[in-house]
Design a protein around this ligand. Structure first.
Ligand code: DQA
Length: 145
């Protein structure tokens, strides 16, 4: 089984970016946690980050037929991007939306998620562990059948 983790803009700055919201762990720490969890679950994982909406769309499109599930934290594009929603609807892969912070308890504009309707679940406010929970979910036999 192959999972793809896609991270959107400014997540490369984890560790120094608003640590009171996102914690002090760096983007590399996050990648290491995900890779370690993948080894435990015995799945392959690829991790991608971009600050550019079109690059994220391209990566989702390229996942079709190659990956068995997507874990997506589109960061600020969550709240603005119909293009990401359409890409997810097009590839028809099981996808989980992840946010490090509790988006529903922040500014009202963060309560809007365009991609949510194309995802099987949303995990928000669990810090970096949210990505690992999403991996657990996507590897469940009932999700993959
Ligand atoms: C975020 C929440 C978004 O509102 C914000 O724009 C981000 C990170 C999160 O992981 O909590 O960049 O997706």
């Amino acid at each position: 089984m192959k999972l793809l983790v896609i991270n959107g803009p400014n997540l490369n700055l984890l560790g120094c970016r608003e640590p009171e919201l996102y914690g002090t762990g760096t983007y590399n720490d996050l990648c290491r946690m995900i890779e370690e969890h993948a080894r435990k679950l015995n799945v392959e994982v690829e991790i991608y980050q971009s600050n550019h909406e079109g690059d994220l769309v391209d990566r989702i499109q390229a996942a079709r037929g190659i990956f068995d599930g997507l874990i997506l934290n589109p960061a600020a594009y969550t709240h603005t991007s119909i293009a990401l929603l359409d890409a997810l609807l097009a590839v028809r892969l099981p996808a989980v939306e992840v946010h490090i912070s509790q988006v529903d308890e922040r500014e009202p504009f963060r309560r809007v998620s365009y991609i949510r309707q194309a995802c099987i679940a949303t995990i928000s406010g669990h810090g970096f562990s949210g990505y690992l929970e999403a991996m657990d979910l996507l590897t469940k036999p009932e999700v993959q059948s």
